[in-house]
Design a protein around this ligand. Structure first.
Ligand SMILES: CC(C)(COP(=O)(O)OP(=O)(O)OC[C@H]1O[C@@H](n2cnc3c(N)ncnc32)[C@H](O)[C@@H]1OP(=O)(O)O)[C@@H](O)C(=O)NCCC(=O)NCCS
Length: 184
């Protein structure tokens, strides 16, 4: 796929209609995805992805999370989510992944920019946070590219492929985001 323009990338709320294509994307790319995400191993059947999307829809209804599918020129490429929204504190915790064939083109950076807009506009968040395993440089580069602050390291914050890994924490505040959001 040639390099996409920003307008070629869109994020759409996750829906059950796409559970099977999502599962197939995960299933076709296990080695790449499981390196940094421990849920991949637990996704063994399409029913697992259906349950995951159902839980996401319920979380969205309660305002405590939100999942989006990432598309580039009509191709389903991966997902980006607020894995958790802390309503009281108005913090959203972001997770994301792309199938390998869609990596290296700026798609996730564009998707995160769109999620930030949703977080500050729709969910009225004050802070959006990304946590990346210390060795996951491609993931860290995304919040760095978008001007997030590096807040520090959470020690042994995830059990991944048999070892505890530290997480680098990045965040952006509503008032730091370069748009009209800073007025509110
Ligand atoms: C993390 C992950 C989404 C990063 O994917 P990515 O393709 O590197 O990220 P982007 O889509 O933003 O693309 C950035 C790349 O495109 C290039 N690029 C091209 N055009 C670009 C543009 N307009 N804007 C930004 N980057 C652009 C960048 O230079 C960068 O390439 P490089 O790494 O060779 O320098 C991907 O590696 C992944 O899914 N990994 C497995 C799951 C995972 O680790 N998830 C995160 C857990 S915290």
């Amino acid at each position: 796929m040639p390099f996409p323009a920003n307008k070629d990338v869109s994020i759409q709320p996750a829906s059950l209609e796409y559970a099977r294509p999502l599962y197939e994307l995960i299933n076709s790319d296990r080695t790449h995805l499981s390196q940094w995400m421990n849920w991949v191993e637990m996704t063994q059947r399409v029913e697992d992805t259906i349950s995951y999307v159902q839980i996401g829809i319920e979380q969205y209804r309660k305002g405590i999370g939100a999942q989006y599918m990432v598309f580039c020129r009509q191709h389903l490429c991966g997902m980006i989510s607020f894995n958790r929204i802390e309503k009281n504190n108005r913090i959203g915790l972001v997770g994301y992944w792309l199938a390998r064939e869609f990596c290296g083109k700026g798609i996730m950076t564009t998707a995160l920019r769109q999620l930030i807009e949703i977080g500050f506009d729709e969910f009225q968040l004050n802070k959006i946070e990304v946590r990346c395993a210390v060795g996951n440089h491609s993931s860290q580069a995304i919040p760095e590219r978008l001007g997030f602050n590096f807040d520090g390291v959470l020690r042994e914050n995830e059990y991944l492929n048999g070892v505890f890994v530290d997480h680098k924490v990045y965040s952006i505040l509503r008032r730091e985001y370069p748009s009209s959001h800073s007025q509110n």
